[in-house]
Design a protein around this ligand. Sequence first.
Ligand SMILES: [Zn+2]
Length: 346
Amino acid sequence: MRAVLLRGRGPQGVTVDEATEPGLMPGRVRLRMLAASVNRVDLYMRDSGEGITHTLPQIMGVDGVGLALDAGPGIAPGDLCIIYPYEFCGSCPHCLAGDQPLCLNARILGEHRDGTFAEVVSVPAASVLRLQPGVDIAGAATLGVGWLTAWRMVFGKVTLQPGSTVLVQGAGGGVAQAAALLARMGGARVIVTTSGAAKIDHFRATGFEVIDHAAGPVSRAVLDLTDGAGADLVIDNVGAATWGQSLRSARRGGAIVTCGATTGGAPSADLQRLFVRQLSIHGSTMGSLTEFRRLIDCFEAGRIVPQIDCILPLDRTVEALARAEDPARLGKVVLKIAPWPGEETK
Ligand SMILES: [Zn+2]
């Protein structure tokens, strides 16, 4: 089968190649993959992989959708399915509490084991969920990492009230943009920061309040927009470049949630501000199976529509990875691995 193999670090370490197709194994379901999306972690694996136990060569890719080749609980061959990216043990205290992202024995596709940028992928039956036939394949391919991560950041840490103010830093990125859309779905007033005329225009045209972070301190603009109060919840997956402004943009008693540190992981903690203003900081990564099901329900009901930057074939994965780190992109980069249902005859 064709697969994207990471053989070494950097773009030159990524090859689209022949790989051994996984066989049928008890308790697992194989999917004939249709699409997967490019996530920040794919770039991290390409360029470093430090701190993640794995061996090269390894198949890249964390999320995706495909057609079941095997039967599983509630799954018949031919069903359109989506992958939950964790292989979790199901028996540790966190799994028993339904919080699979904290599993003590978790292995993540594309990080600790072969991933989803392949024509056939084998995953535990417990990590395969059925999708309604006819859903948008590209959109579905973005749910497993980007949207699930955003879901937990927006809904999993603090309780939003209707009219709560949510600030989303760097909203052009996949997770941040999903967070902005989810916060709005949840009834919040959403302010986003971004830069560049195209992205500013896009967010204004789609009804968001927009702060151009290149135009001056974000916190000043947030305070202006909120009559000096600040945001109830700040979503920040940018890291050191925005962290100080995120702390300054939160209202007294407000919360900041982080799921990433692309620009650096050790900004000032600003402890005085933290305790005087009684801020809370939450780390977040991925989401539980229950959260994933809720997200999928919203997607299938048409309540969320993922923004797709571009769709590229598997053979152009090197280019897709480069596009995913291009500041000009808007939304998710999707890999098309096989013809999608309804297209075969075209
Ligand atoms: Zn576990």
